[in-house]
Design a binder for this molecule. Sequence first.
Ligand SMILES: [Zn+2]
Length: 385
Amino acid sequence: MLELLFLLLPVAAAYGWFMGRNSVRNEDRREQEEFSRQYVTGLNLLLSDQPDKAVDLFIQLLDVDTDTLETHWTLGKLFRRRGEVDRAIKIHQNLTSRPTISERQRRLAMFELGLDYLAAGIFDRAEEMLVAMQNDKEFAEPCQRYLLELYESTHEWDKAIKVALKLARHDASAEPLVAQLYCELASLQDDPEYSEKYYQKARKHEPDNVRAALALGRMWYEQGAHSKAQKILTGILDADPAFISEALPILQACYESQNDDAGFIQFLHKCVSEANSTTAAMLLSEAIAKTSSIEEAEQFMQSALLRNPTMKGFHQLMDFHIRAADVGRARDSLQMLQRLVQHQLQQRPKYRCRHCGFAGSTLYWHCPSCRVWGEIKPITGLDGD
Ligand SMILES: [Zn+2]
């Protein structure tokens, strides 16, 4: 209701000026009477608790001139923010059609109208407005940012890439975004040749892009190019150590297919020392149990847990204790405890967005909550890896 009062101010001012003129022609008198009638109707609607109708009427009464222009901009934005997009559209459409406003103000109204359509989900009209405005120097960058938002909503990745490339020409920080968009396009291809081509393009724009490395590693492994897959996947440890646990299952298969167990053990040690990876420590402990003894594996897991305590690692340690224990009550209790820990682990999210804190058990590259790209990573620490 407060906003309505401030909407009334310019209308009331206009009313006072209109009524206070000394010499009034007949034509003006009729206009005055009409204005008075509508003003009173608006007030009545407001008093009879019909603010929606009152707002529409007051907007009609607001003539666009230099005095009320600011009110139009503020009201337009206010309505859009409140989700009353149809009203915002009315205001901005009204502005674009007024011959009295300057060219710059007309363009600003077109830009605002584009944002109204975007907020209303009328994507074709929003696109039309924003595309037309992106050649205007003053509006180019914001138009491109909103167009990106639009193409992300409509999943038109090829169009999104074109816009992001324009942004990256002036702003190198947009390069990782270009890479993510190429990954998105790659993931939708049926032909592996095209998938590979787009993932490679992603890596050109962001050489450390983990998403492309993981996808190419998987693809090459499935095609039988094990050594090539191994090379790109081991690179993830330097590119972003938080993701190495994601690559370890395929890496294990790559090393195994080349009968290089020693190479894999060496790499796992590197993952433990450089990335504190619990998954790597668990795989190492299993290798120790296989080649030496359960006791040695237990000792290794204990020292790994002292360096990096995690629930996952604790679960693995309990597993060794159970395997070494004699059949009896102690072993039953351990098994029950392990099941409890297992249950807790299944309840915990695996990934968290570093931008907004959104957490879940699926790895999204585009955060469903804050819409930021590449900020969701595997959780580390007690509940994570
Ligand atoms: Zn987020």
